[in-house]
Each structure stands twice: as C-alpha cells, then as structure tokens.
Design a binder for this molecule. Structure first.
Ligand code: DLL
Length: 433
C-alpha cells in the first residue's frame, strides 16, 4: 500500500534527476536569501551554478547545530517572515532552543510525508490514531496530527501525560494506532497492567514510535506487552519533524528516508568524509524542497548507516538503519565507546529485568566509572538476596562480554526509575558537572 505510489516507487534514475533539479533550485534560493549560506558558499569558492551532478554536494560546507544557535531565532530563514505560518522549536539541553519556521507549502509537504509514513507503517483511513506525542513547540504532536488527518483517519489529539486517562480513552474510543515515544508506550503498558487492563483486549494494532533511540530488543518487548506491531519513525525539527524516515510494515528492516525531499549522506564524524554504503557514521541531510528554513548538509549527530538495496515493499527510497544513538550521547568509558542503546539491548534480553534503566557515569580520580541502575521485576524483587546478587553479576558480565566495558549493576525496586511521557532521559554524566 502506498500513499503516493508514483513518488514512492520512482526508479532510481528518475529519483536522482528530480533530486538534482531540486538541489539546484534550493542552492540558488539559499544563496540569494540567506546571508549565512551566501557567505559560507563564497568562502568555499562555490557558486550554485557550479553544481554539475549530485555528487558535487560533497564539496559544500556543513551546517551545524551551532550555526542554528548562532542564527537564533530567524536568521537562517529563507522566506520572508510574513510567509511563515508556523514556528516550532526543539528544547535542546543547553541554552536557547533551535527555531524552525514553515511556510504554507512546507506544512503541506510535511503533512503529505507524514501521511505517506503512516501508510508505510500499515495505517489507513478508518484507523483511530491515538496521538500521544506532545503537542506544542515539539514537532511530534502536530506533525503526526496533520498527517493522520490527511490520511483520513480519526485522530485523537490526546498529547502526552495523564496515563490512566490515556488507557481509558484507548479502551473506550477503540484506538487502533498508537503514536508516542517507545519509552512512553512501555509506561502505558505498565499502567494498564496496574489498572487491570489487558492490551490483548484492546483494538490497538500498530504503534509508531520515535523521537528517541531504542533497540530491537525494546521492539520485541513492546510488541509483546502491547500486542501490536511496532514501527520505528525518525525525524528532527531542524529538518522537518517526524516523518523524515520510517520503516515499512512489510519489511521492518531499515527506515525509508523520503529522498524526493531529503538527500541523505553518511560521514565520518571526525574527518567529515563521506562513507561508503553500509558503513556506520553520522547522518547528514540536505532538504531540497523546504522553503521556510532549507538546510544544506545538516549534521544531525545521529549515528546510522545507509543502504540503497531494493526493499520488498517496492519503495525505491534508500533506507537508514535504526539509529545507534547520537554522537553526543556516545559514552566513552575508559576509552571504550558505548551507546546507551547497546546497553539497553542487553538489559532487555535478561529475564527478571525491566526495560527501565539509567546509566550513571562518574569519575573517581582519573578513572571513569559506569553504574547501570536497572529495575527488577516485581516477582524477583521479593526474592532472596542471593538471587538478586546473581542477577547483578549477570548484568555486569553480559555488558563486559558484549561491549568490553566494566560496570557496576545496581538493581532497584520496580517503578523507582523516573518514567517519561516524552523523550526518556537515560544517562546522567556527572563528569561534566
Ligand atoms: O524528535 C521529531 C520526532 C517526533 C521524530 C516524533 C519521531 C517521532 P527533535 O525533538 O528535534 O524532533 O529531536 C530530534 O531525536 O536528532 C534523534 O537524535 C532523535 N530521534 C528522533 N527519532 C528517532 C528514532 C523529534 N526513531 C532527535 N530513533 C534526532 C532514534 C530518534 N532517535
């Protein structure tokens, strides 16, 4: 099933021809309308008319999060303010948020791409979409909302929070599709259980989860606890919001990135050089149709790989692998690189352990230490100390064996690790404090 079959299945040569035309156009536009790009192109000795093929994109400078901060709030906008109909912002951990603006056409494109993403995930007209992404400056709520309406589905704009009420509404309104962060879906499962509600008796069929890193093991856990098919959706406000890429329900193997609007590249985060297909590196995206705030070679900081192999679903758009994490979330513990999602995958695979955890990094003298706080299941918690100790040792050993990192496992009581209704916080790094 497609939303926009012609574009979703464009043969590669036609897709690349379209990308080239759109790239030329966006380069002209930013060069003419955004002083930042005019200067950075001039510094690189580049003029948009120099672009002879798609590969020439590699010669252009990157745009970074810092560039966006320096342009706060509107300096990277390529359209006049009176043409901007919506403003979103991402909170960011330090200082000012990153601000993005959409023209009417940008909203229409986003809406279509979200509808396209919903269809890829197996949603359709007639579905009741329970949208628990937060509404507000965060792009999750409104992005999914518009896409759901465009699809012709019934959308419940419940936003995040008040989990008991979410469960009641899901039950009474017959929600068939759930959209929220993966961590929040597990929180819902937990609340439902506490309320005596069995997900198997709900009409829920599909969950569309993103906005934070999660693992394949977490997918299995969610699918089993919520009795649904769980789909990974990716996006970021700088580029658009949710719906930049999504898994298709047919394969669930990599996320199709909508290449008629975005050109993806994978680079070595240190050298900035482009990496070959299949190699893990930082995702860089160029937007080729955006009007409000087009971005050229934006460094997402997200770590993934890219494949152009044909997919069983028939879509011709390249796929990015499930995100391993963000390069700025990567922990370096005594020289070993670890992503929280790698630890998550191990924890979720251990029986008696719940998928709620927090990684605490500290420095004692010159030594980094990693403490993995993780909840044990209710059943185990009342067990003998000996059993719990054995479980801690097992967690430590598996992490050491699989990732090469020494850690201390600290088992904590069920429901003591902070639950999140949006993006989960998984790491406390005391070294930076
Ligand atoms: O999180 C947009 C979104 C909303 C995506 C709803 C999916 C669903 P930001 O708040 O700007 O936008 O955060 C973007 O979140 O750079 C990634 O690091 C992370 N992220 C988003 N989706 C995924 C995913 C929204 N599927 C940042 N897997 C991105 C891993 C993700 N990380």
């Amino acid at each position: 099933m497609f939303f926009d079959e012609e574009f979703e299945t464009l043969p590669r040569p036609a897709l690349e021809a379209l990308q080239f035309k759109r790239l030329q156009n966006v380069l002209e536009r930013v060069n003419a309308n955004v002083p930042f790009y005019k200067t950075s192109f001039a510094r690189a000795g580049f003029s948009p008319s120099d672009l002879k093929c798609l590969d020439d994109l590699q010669g252009l400078p990157f745009t970074t999060k810092q560039d966006m901060r320096d342009s706060y709030p509107y300096d990277l906008f390529a359209a006049p303010m009176e043409d901007i109909v919506r403003i979103h912002a991402s909170s960011g951990t330090t200082g000012k948020p990153t601000v993005v603006g959409y023209t009417q056409k940008d909203i229409a494109t986003w809406t279509d791409l979200m509808a396209r993403s919903f269809v890829a995930a197996g949603a359709h007209k007639g579905d009741i979409i329970h949208n628990a992404y937060g509404y507000g400056l965060f792009t999750g709520g409104l992005g999914a909302h518009y896409g759901a309406e465009r699809l012709g589905a019934s959308v419940i704009p419940i936003s995040g929070g008040n989990t008991k009420r979410q469960i009641m509404i899901m039950q009474d309104f017959g929600s068939t599709v759930l959209t929220c962060t993966p961590s929040y879906s597990l929180f819902m499962a937990e609340e439902a259980k506490a309320e005596g509600v069995d997900f198997k008796e709900l009409k829920l069929r599909v969950g569309i989860f993103g906005a934070e890193p999660w693992s394949e093991a977490m997918r299995d856990e969610i699918e089993q606890k919520l009795n649904i098919s769980a789909i990974d959706i990716y996006g970021l406000s700088e580029i658009m919001g949710p719906g930049v890429a999504i898994e298709c329900i047919e394969a669930k193997k990599g996320l199709h990135i909508w290449e008629d609007h975005f050109i993806p590249e994978i680079i070595d985060p240190v050298t900035g050089q482009r990496l070959p297909e299949g190699e893990l590196g930082e995702l860089v995206i160029t937007t080729i149709t955006k009007q409000g705030i087009p971005l050229i070679r934006y460094r997402t900081r997200d770590i993934t790989s890219l494949t152009y192999e044909p997919c069983v679903c028939g879509r011709t758009h390249a796929r990015i692998a499930r995100m391993s994490g963000r390069s700025d979330d990567m922990l370096i513990i005594r020289g070993v690189n670890v992503f929280p999602s790698q630890i998550e995958a191990i924890l979720v695979g251990i029986e008696g352990i719940e998928p709620h955890y927090m990684l605490i990094v500290d420095r004692q003298g010159t030594m980094d230490t990693l403490t993995v706080q993780v909840e044990v299941s209710e059943a185990l918690f009342s067990d003998e100390i000996k059993v719990l100790q054995a479980l801690s040792r097992r967690v430590e050993k598996e992490i050491k064996d699989m990732l090469g990192v020494t850690c201390t496992a600290k088992l904590v009581e069920p429901k003591t690790i902070q639950r999140s209704e949006g993006k989960a916080k998984r790491v406390t790094d005391n070294r930076k404090l």
